[in-house]
Write a new protein. Structure first.
Length: 151
């Protein structure tokens, strides 16, 4: 690889590098599990003059990914906790009732969005986007299939 940048994301270090094998830029995480052998050598390379880190790193995360405008209804304790949090870009909150919060924000990355929404549990209802709402429904349906309920 030809290393271009060292990045810190959520407490972990990554190397943004040009992969000679893939002929493209890749992110490599520094970890004992992933890096079994590292060899430093004296070889040099010419950095691409057109390289711009913004072309390879997302606005909110390490990797550029799809951007989602989320519209949620949050209830009870989750509503209270989220009213005090800044999740995503430009969150907008509006109390609908004493225990119901309308929460809008912009997030990057499908897996990041789905993981975040599932972490909110049953005190979250996805209003928009419909594609994410359907995906959450499918995940929950599939998850229920992993459990056998007996009375």
């Amino acid at each position: 690889i030809h290393p271009y940048e060292i990045l810190n994301y959520k407490g972990s270090y990554y190397c943004l590098a040009y992969s000679l094998k893939a002929k493209d830029y890749r992110h490599y995480k520094f970890s004992e599990e992933r890096m079994r052998l590292v060899t430093m050598n004296e070889l040099t390379f010419n950095r691409d003059m057109d390289f711009n880190i913004k072309d390879h790193v997302g606005n909110l995360g390490l990797i550029q990914d799809a951007v989602y405008e989320l519209e949620l209804e949050l209830y009870e304790e989750t509503a209270l906790l989220m009213s005090e949090k800044q999740v995503g870009l430009h969150p907008v909150i509006q109390w609908i009732s004493e225990d119901t919060l309308h929460y809008s924000t912009i997030m990057e990355g499908k897996m990041e969005v789905i993981s975040f929404l599932l972490s909110l549990g049953k005190q979250c209802k996805v209003i928009k986007p419909q594609s994410i709402r359907k995906e959450i429904e499918e995940i929950l349906h599939d998850m229920l299939g992993n459990y056998h309920f007996s009375e």
